[in-house]
Structures are given as structure tokens and as C-alpha cells.
Design a protein around this ligand. Structure first.
Ligand code: IMP
Length: 425
């Protein structure tokens, strides 16, 4: 039995979906603990290629329970569409939605857009999916939870009360367009009809599996550097994406967690605004973006590109309590004759080894790189460590040395089988 948290180690998009799809073969529960449909987890297996936004990535395996936990925020329209695709494609896992997960209401999506516009040059670069406003309402205790869909009349009453205030804000502060009451009432009925049968007491399901000593995967979304408390605030998402979020986001105890694995790309990407010390521009960035297909799975936005940042990665290992590393997209570096790893920062002639909290400092630091000779040989689709070129092994060994953590899994392509498992999880 093991309970393993899979967490993004960087700014999201590390390839968690593919890894979880691979590891879920031996799991009975896969439980997502934070975020909403700002995430885009791509999986590619014998059933086809899917970009999952809310449903956990164990869904392709039979006998898996796929839980959308209390720490998530759910846009029911998106979830209904996702479930429809899953059912049509006959993906065999089952889906359970926490009664306690908060709902992204239509006014949250509109407010996300209006607030971003209002921030002007200080915009966060959100995905525009209503994530921040939904979490804000949760914390200010005016949110609406999935359990409400089981009694639509009382949900409508609460929603209309909220809508009065939201419409005032939309119209009077942001000069936006009022949301129609009738439309929202109809929408609630559609949501209730389509989703009620999935709404469950998911804490009971997961804790039963823990007591039965089953294998469980806790699925992170986004990445540690986007965490609301520990990320590059304010350029972060609105939930606890670090491993700690799995406890509150699923209602389980810390003593139950066996392992925490951090997923990192062999380089770094970031979407939206905010500091990014190892960011690169021009031809090199364009090439990596093109070869790696670095465009948002949710928004289609081109991702910002940079070299591997070991200062940020060490910080991430610390705040997540990582046991080991899962390294993805190694094959993308096949094309470079020299690979860079940022080992420290420099500011005003001083060396910084720690990841600064202050956005102003992080914006100014210069990365100090260690150069590793490239391997210029394909690692694409390799499934055994022995087959990897010696220089690529040197790169992996050096990362392990710097991060003081083993790299247990290496991903060499988007398909499930393009995975090197060095140590069984
Ligand atoms: P929000 O989560 O839509 O509020 O966006 C806040 C910040 O997090 C923005 O910079 C987004 O680009 C970023 N973000 C949110 N979700 C993801 C993700 O799944 N991958 C990468 N970046 C994300």
C-alpha cells in the first residue's frame, strides 16, 4: 500500500497528467486536491489523447475511483462536457465529486476577466476561468458548494442573493453587463440534472481506501511556484497547489502519506505574468517552444521558456517535502549542444543561493549557470535508463547531485509507454 502525492515542482505544465496516467495502473483511487479548469492535464494512451481539466488522470484504468476533491473549484459546464467525452470514449474509471468542492459560478468567470482588465499593467495573466473569484467567495463564506446542487431550489435562492451583489459590482464598478436571473436559474437545473449522481462524500471514500491499505495517488494541479502561500505572489493561482494542499483538499491525515514526488520539466516554462529568473528569449526559446509544443492546454497561450532553475527547484523540494523527482521532456534537450542548469542567482555582485520571496528582488536576479555538454542524440520514446546517451546521464546525475534527490522516473515522450521507471513507486 502507498499513498503518493504527485505535485508540480515548477510553474505548472510539468507533465503530471502523463505520469499519473502511467502510475495509476496500480492505484485504486486517484484524487485531485486543488485548482479548477485552469489546469490542462494531457494524457495519451490506447484510448486516445485527452486534455483533462478536472477529472483525475486515472480515468483510463478500470477499477479506479477518480475523485475531484473538496479543495478544487468546479465549473459545472466544463465538467459536464468533460464527462460527456469520457463516457463517449468509454474510459472505464468512475468519477466522484466532493460535496464540498466550490462551484465556479458564471459571475466568477465574468469578474475574473473584469478584474484582470482593471489591473491593467499589473494583471496576473490568469486563465480567465473564474478561479480567483471562486476561491475569494469560498474564503469570504459566500461560495456555493456542489452539495447545493442536490437541492436546486435552495441553491437558486442563495445564488440570486449573491447575484444581486455581483451584478452591482459588475455594472457599477466595472461597467460590465448584468447577468440575467432566468439564465442562471435554467443553468442550475441543467447542472443538477447532469451532475447530481456524481456528488459524494469523497472523504469517506478515500479514507476507506486508506484503511483498506490500497494504493492511492493524490493528484496535484498547477505547480508549487504558483501556490497561493508559497509561490511567486501575487503572480500565483488562488489555491494551495503544493503537496500540503492534498490534506485539506481531500480531508486526509498527514500520517497517511507515504511519498511525495515532484514533477519537473528538464527545462522551465511559465504562463502568465510574474518573475522568471532563467527565462530565455529569441531563437532558442522559440525552438524549445516549437519542439516541445509549449502552448497552454487550457488557453492555447504560448508558454514562456527558460533553462532548468535549480535554485527554484530546491526551494520547491523543501516546501513540498519531496522524496524524489520525476523528470519530464528530457527528449526536448536532445537538440542542444550545450545545456544550462541555473545553480545560484547573483544580485549586485552578491551570490544568492536561496529563492527570494520579494518579487522585486526575484525580478532583478541574474542566473548563474553551469553548462553541461549536450548529447545531440535522440532520447525520444526510450523506456530504459541503459539506452540513454552518456552525456544525458551526466545531466541527470548532476541534477540529482544539486537537488540532493533521486530522479526515479524519466519521461521521454507524451505517450504512456515513453517512460523510464528507475525505481518502482
Ligand atoms: P488562475 O489560476 O487562472 O487564476 O491564473 C493565475 C496564474 O496561474 C496565471 O499566471 C496562470 O497562467 C497560472 N496558471 C493557472 N493554472 C495553470 C496551469 O495549469 N499551468 C500553468 N499555469 C497556470
Amino acid at each position: 500500500m502507498s499513498i503518493t502525492t504527485i505535485v508540480g515542482g515548477q510553474w505548472g505544465d510539468e507533465g503530471k497528467g502523463k505520469i499519473i496516467d502511467h502510475l495509476a495502473e496500480s492505484a485504486s483511487v486517484i484524487a485531485r486536491y486543488s485548482g479548477g479548469n485552469n489546469a490542462g492535464h494531457t494524457i495519451e494512451n490506447e484510448h486516445g489523447k485527452f486534455a483533462l481539466h478536472l477529472v483525475p488522470c486515472g480515468i483510463s484504468w478500470p477499477n479506479t475511483k477518480n475523485i475531484i476533491g473538496s479543495g478544487t473549484v468546479i465549473d459545472p459546464n466544463v465538467l459536464i462536457e468533460e464527462i460527456e467525452i469520457i463516457n463517449k470514449s468509454k474510459l472505464p474509471g468512475t468519477i466522484y465529486i466532493s460535496e464540498k468542492a466550490h462551484i465556479i459560478m458564471p459571475y466568477h468567470v465574468i469578474l475574473d476577466e473584469l478584474e484582470e482588465k482593471f489591473r491593467g499593467k499589473n494583471a496576473v495573466g490568469t486563465t480567465g476561468r473564474g478561479i480567483g473569484p471562486a476561491y475569494s467567495d469560498k474564503i469570504s463564506r459566500s461560495g456555493i458548494r456542489m452539495v447545493e446542487l442536490l437541492s436546486p431550489d435552495s441553491m437558486i435562492e442563495k445564488t440570486l442573493k449573491n447575484l444581486k451583489i455581483k451584478n452591482e459590482i459588475i455594472q457599477k464598478i466595472y461597467d460590465g453587463k448584468k447577468i440575467n436571473e432566468k439564465e442562471i436559474i435554467n443553468t442550475i437545473h441543467i447542472w443538477a440534472k447532469n451532475l447530481s449522481s456524481y456528488i459524494s462524500n469523497t472523504e469517506e471514500i478515500i479514507n476507506k481506501s486508506i484503511n483498506n491499505k490500497e494504493n492511492i495517488i493524490l493528484e496535484g494541479a498547477q505547480g508549487a511556484l504558483l501556490d497561493i502561500d508559497h509561490g511567486t505572489y501575487p503572480y500565483v493561482t488562488s489555491s494551495n497547489s503544493i503537496a500540503g494542499g492534498s490534506l485539506t483538499g481531500l480531508g486526509i491525515g498527514s500520517k497517511d502519506i507515504s511519498n511525495v514526488y515532484g514533477v519537473f520539466k528538464a527545462f522551465t516554462t511559465r504562463v502568465g505574468e510574474g518573475p522568471f529568473p532563467t527565462e530565455i528569449f529569441g531563437k532558442d526559446a522559440d525552438n524549445i517552444r516549437k519542439i516541445a509544443g509549449e502552448f497552454g492546454a487550457t488557453t492555447g497561450r504560448p508558454r514562456r521558456i527558460g533553462w532548468f532553475d535549480a535554485v527554484a527547484a530546491k526551494y520547491s523540494a523543501q516546501i513540498n517535502g519531496l522524496d524524489s523527482i520525476i523528470l519530464t521532456k528530457l527528449d526536448i534537450l536532445d537538440h542542444w549542444d550545450e545545456i544550462k542548469i541555473c545553480v545560484s542567482y547573483e544580485l549586485n555582485g552578491k551570490k544568492l543561493s536561496n529563492f527570494p520571496t520579494d518579487e522585486k528582488i526575484l525580478n532583478k536576479v541574474h542566473p548563474i549557470y553551469e553548462n553541461i555538454e549536450g548529447w545531440e542524440e535522440s532520447t525520444f520514446n526510450l523506456d530504459s535508463f541503459e539506452k540513454i546517451n552518456e552525456n544525458a546521464k551526466k545531466f541527470l546525475n548532476r541534477l540529482e547531485e544539486i537537488l540532493e534527490l533521486p530522479i526515479n522516473v524519466i519521461s521521454t515522450g507524451p505517450k504512456r509507454e515513453s517512460t523510464i521507471i528507475r525505481q518502482k513507486l
